[in-house]
Design a protein around this ligand. Structure first.
Ligand SMILES: Nc1ncnc2c1ncn2[C@@H]1O[C@H](COP(=O)(O)OP(=O)(O)OP(=O)(O)O)[C@@H](O)[C@H]1O
Length: 710
C-alpha cells in the first residue's frame, strides 16, 4: 500500500543543554532541529534542518509505500551539532494508528533519547498530519499491477513450492560444497520472504508473477534430478539456480519494503517493474537450459546482463567517465591474492556472513578479527569471490606487511570509490560528475573527499539504483602501514555508517590494539566477530583440511588409502591448535619426498597444543639434509634473509647477483624451502605467510646457526 505523510512541525521544545553540549551549539543555545523518519527501523527520509528554532516548521510531505499498516514509524529528532549529531529523542506510531486519525493532526510525545538520557532534558510534541491517503490503485494499478487475493494465494503457493524443493537441496548441500553457501542463504532469505508475504496477506501482481516463474523453474529442476545434482554440469546449473534465487528473494524483500531500498517512489516502482521482467527472463533462460539439457552459461554473465538491462543504462559516455576516474589515485596490489577456503570449511560462518550482508541492519560494517594464521584472509577471499560472482563485489583491498600498498590513505579511499563506481552506471555518472565539476576535490582532506565524492553522490541516488548489498572487503587492516592504518580505521569507524545501508563492509584484522580500541568504541555501528580458534567448528574444518591435503599426498606418492592412521590425523589436528597456518605449513612439509619419514620427523617433536609455529618453522627449515653442509647452510641463510628483508619481492637471479653466488644456486636452495617460501623458477620469492617473519621465527633460526650473514 502507498500513503503520504506530512511532518509538519515541533512545538513546546524544552532544551536544557549542558555546558559540554553548548560548545557544539555554535553561537546560540537554540538547537538546529531535523527529523529522521524510520519505517520498521529502516531510515526512509529526513527533513531539512531548521536552524536555531524551538518551534521548527518543516511541512515535509512525502510518499511512502509499506507492505502493512502494522509497520512502525519512528521519528527521531536530531540536533545538527558541530560534532556527531545528537539525537534528542524520538516518537513512535504505527501507520495504522496515524491513518486512523483520518487527516487530523496527531501529536506525539517525544521521549528522551537513550543516548543522552539524564544529560539533556527535552519535551515536545511533534505535529503529524496524515495527508490524503493515496488509494493503492492510483499508483499501484498504473505501476505495479493491482493487489488481489488471487495473486496473494498464487504467490504464497509458488513460494511454498520453491521452498519445498530447496529444503532437501540445503540438506544435501553439505556434500555439494560448491553450492552450499548460496543454497543456504537463498533458503533463509526466501523463508523470510515467504513468512512476510503470509503475514502481510497481500502481494501485488508483479511479485506473484516472479514467484510463479521461480516455482516453474524449480519444478523443471526437480524433474531434471537437480536435487541430487550428481553430475558436475547439474551442480553448475544448481549453483546458478540458487544464486538467482538469492537475487529474487532479495528483490522481493526490497520490493516489500524490508530491504535496502527504503521508500519506493513512483519512478523506483516503475523501474522495479522492469527488474521483475528481467528476473523472470533470467528464470526462463535457466529453465530452457535445463529442459534443453544445455550446459549452463556462467551465471555472472547472466547476472551482469540483468543489471545492465535493469538499470536501463546506455553508457555511451563510458570513455568520458573513465577519463574522470583516472584522476583517482589507486593502490598497487601487493602481489598474489590469498587462497579461497577449501570447500566444506567455514560453511556456517560463510552462510552467516552472506546472510548478514544481505540483510539490512543498523550496522553496515562487520569486523572479523582473529589471531595470526587463523584463516581471516582466506575467508575474506572466499566471501569476495562469492559476491564477485553475484556482481555485488565493490572492491577487495588487501594489505600485506612490509609492502608499500596503502602508504597513502587517500589512495585507499579512492580505491574504494573506484570500486563503487563499478556497481552501477548511475552511481558512476554521479561520482564522475563530481570529479568533473570540481577537479581540485582530489586534493582535499580525506574526510572531505569521503563526504563529497562518495557520501553525497550515494545519498542522492535513486533508491532503485541501490539494490544492495554491494560489498567492500578490506583484508588485513592491521598490516596497513601505521599512519594510513590510523586514518583509515578512523574513517571507517566515524564515517562509513553514513553511507546507504546497501553498501556493506567486511573488514578483517588481527585484534591490533589500535584498531580494537577505535572499533570497540563503536559497537552500535560496527559488529565484531571473533574467529575462534578454540571452537569445535574450527577443529572440524582443520580436520577436513588436513584430510584433504593428505589425500593429495597419497595420490602423488601412490600411498595406500589407510595412510596415515586416523590417530596421526587427530594428533596433527591437535598440534594445529586451531591455526590453519600451522596445518598448511605442516602439510607443505609432509608433501615433500618421502612423506612418511617427514611425518614421523614432524611428530617426533612435542608441540604445544596451540599451534607452536616457531618450532614448526624450524623443523620445516631443518628438514633439508643439506643444512648439515656449512657452505650450503650459510648461503641458504643469506638467501632466506634476503627474501624476508627485501622491500620488493626478489627473484632467484637477483639473489644470485646480490650475493655473487653461482647462477642457479639460489634456485637450488629455494627448491627445498617450499614449506615456508612461495616461489617458482624465475619468479619473485615471498615468505608463505606473514608469521614467518625475520623478527619472529627466522631470527631464531639465524641465532641457532650463529650465522649473521643475511
Ligand atoms: N578454510 C581454509 N581452507 C583452506 N586453507 C586455509 C583455510 N583457512 C586458512 N587456510 C590456509 O592457512 C594459511 C593461513 O591463513 P590466512 O592467511 O587466511 O590467515 P590469517 O588469519 O589471515 O593470517 P594473518 O593474520 O597472519 O594475515 C594460508 O596458507 C591459507 O591458505
Amino acid at each position: 500500500m502507498s500513503y503520504s505523510l506530512l511532518i509538519q512541525s515541533a512545538e513546546e521544545i524544552v532544551w536544557k543543554p549542558l555546558r559540554r553540549d553548548l560548545r557544539k551549539l555554535k553561537a546560540s543555545s537554540k538547537p538546529d532541529l531535523y527529523v529522521k523518519i524510520y519505517q520498521n527501523k529502516h531510515e526512509i527520509a529526513a527533513t531539512d534542518i531548521k536552524p536555531e528554532d524551538f518551534s521548527p516548521i518543516w511541512n515535509f510531505n512525502f510518499h511512502l509505500s509499506a507492505a502493512s499498516t502494522s509497520h512502525t514509524l519512528t521519528f527521531r529528532l536530531y540536533h545538527d551539532a558541530l560534532g556527531p549529531d545528537e539525537e534528542l529523542g524520538r516518537a513512535e506510531a504505527s501507520i495504522a494508528m496515524l491513518l486512523d486519525k483520518c487527516e487530523a493532526v496527531t501529536k506525539l510525545d517525544i521521549k528522551h533519547g537513550t543516548r543522552i538520557c539524564g544529560r539533556l532534558l527535552g519535551a515536545a510534541d511533534v505535529l503529524l498530519e496524515r495527508s490524503k491517503l493515496t488509494k493503492p490503485e492510483s499508483i499501484v494499478s498504473g505501476v505495479m499491477g493491482a493487489i488481489d487475493t488471487a495473486d496473494f494465494t498464487k504467490c504464497a503457493d509458488a513460494l511454498e513450492g520453491v521452498l519445498s524443493i530447496l529444503e532437501p537441496i540445503v540438506k544435501v548441500g553439505d556434500e555439494l560444497t560448491k553450492i552450499h553457501p548460496y543454497a543456504n542463504a537463498a533458503w533463509k532469505i526466501l523463508t523470510s520472504v515467504y513468512n512476510l508475504v503470509k503475514s502481510e496477506q497481500e502481494v501485488d501482481e508483479n511479485i506473484s508473477k516472479l514467484a510463479t516463474a521461480m516455482a516453474e523453474l524449480y519444478s523443471s529442476a526437480k524433474d531434471a534430478g537437480i536435487v541430487e545434482a550428481k553430475t558436475a554440469s547439474l551442480q553448475d546449473t544448481l549453483r546458478a539456480i540458487t544464486m538467482l534465487t538469492l537475487e529474487c528473494g532479495n528483490f522481493i524483500r526490497n520490493y516489500q519494503g524490508h530491504g535496502f531500498w527504503g521508500r519506493l517512489n513512483e519512478t523506483a516502482l516503475k523501474g522495479a517493474g522492469q527488474q521483475v521482467d528481467d528476473l523472470i527472463a533470467q528464470l526462463h533462460d535457466l529453465r530452457s537450459t535445463l529442459t534443453s539439457n544445455l550446459a549452463v552459461q556462467s551465471l555472472s554473465i547472466l547476472i551482469q546482463s540483468l543489471r545492465i538491462s535493469t538499470e536501463m543504462q546506455k553508457d555511451i559516455q563510458g570513455l568520458v567517465y573513465s577519463e574522470h576516474l583516472s584522476t583517482l589515485r589507486r593502490i598497487t596490489s601487493p602481489g598474489q591474492p590469498p587462497n579461497k577456503c577449501l570447500p566444506g570449511t567455514r560453511g556456517h560462518l560463510i552462510t552467516w556472513i552472506i546472510e548478514w550482508l544481505f540483510t539490512p541492519s543498523e550496522t553496515n560494517i562487520l569486523w572479523l578479527s582473529g589471531v595470526a594464521g587463523s584463516g581471516k584472509s582466506t575467508l575474506a577471499m572466499s566471501i569476495s569471490e562469492l559476491f564477485r560472482a553475484q556482481q555485488r563485489l565493490g572492491r577487495l583491498i588487501y594489505f600485506r606487511r612490509n609492502l608499500p600498498t596503502g602508504n597513502d590513505s587517500i589512495a585507499v579511499l579512492h580505491e574504494i570509490i573506484y570500486g563503487i563506481t563499478g556497481v552501477n552506471a548511475e552511481i558512476r555518472r554521479s561520482i564522475c560528475a563530481k570529479l568533473a565539476g570540481d577537479p581540485n576535490i582530489t586534493n582535499s582532506p580525506l574526510e572531505t573527499q569521503f563526504e563529497e565524492l562518495l557520501l553525497a553522490p550515494l545519498a542522492s541516488a535513486n533508491p532503485q539504483f541501490l539494490c544492495g548489498p554491494y560489498v567492500i572487503v578490506i583484508d588485513a587492516l592491521d598490516e596497513c602501514p601505521d599512519e594510513t592504518r590510523t586514518s583509515i580505521t578512523n574513517l571507517i569507524a566515524n564515517y562509513f555508517h553514513k553511507l546507504p545501508s546497501a553498501f556493506r563492509f567486511l573488514i578483517t584484522s588481527r585484534p591490533d590494539p589500535g584498531i580494537a580500541q577505535v572499533f570497540r568504541n563503536r559497537t552500535h555501528l560496527i559488529l565484531e566477530h571473533l574467529l575462534d580458534i578454540k571452537s569445535k567448528e574450527t577443529e572440524m574444518d582443520i580436520h577436513l583440511y588436513i584430510c584433504s591435503r593428505l589425500e593429495e599426498v597419497r595420490t602423488r606418492y601412490q600411498l595406500s588409502n589407510d595412510w596415515p592412521p586416523p590417530s596421526v590425523i587427530v594428533q596433527l589436528v591437535e598440534c594445529a591448535g586451531g591455526l590453519f597456518i600451522w596445518a598448511a605449513t605442516a602439510l607443505n612439509l609432509v608433501s615433500g619426498f618421502d612423506p612418511q619419514k617427514r611425518l614421523e620427523n614432524l611428530l617426533e617433536h612435542p608441540f604445544s597444543s596451540s599451534g607452536d609455529l616457531d618450532k614448526l618453522y624450524t623443523i620445516a627449515l631443518q628438514t633439508n639434509p643439506d643444512w648439515e653442509d656449512e657452505t650450503f647452510s650459510q648461503n641458504a641463510t643469506q638467501v632466506l634473509g634476503a627474501i624476508i628483508l627485501a622491500k620488493d619481492a626478489i627473484t632467484d637471479d637477483m639473489i644470485d647477483k646480490l650475493f655473487s653466488l653461482n647462477t642457479g644456486f639460489s634456485a637450488r636452495i629455494l627448491q627445498y624451502l617450499g614449506s615456508v617460501v612461495q616461489w617458482s623458477k624465475g619468479q619473485p620469492a615471498r615468505p608463505l605467510h606473514a608469521t614467518f617473519s625475520y623478527e619472529y621465527t627466522f631470527s631464531t633460526w639465524v641465532s641457532q646457526h650463529s650465522l649473521q650473514g643475511a
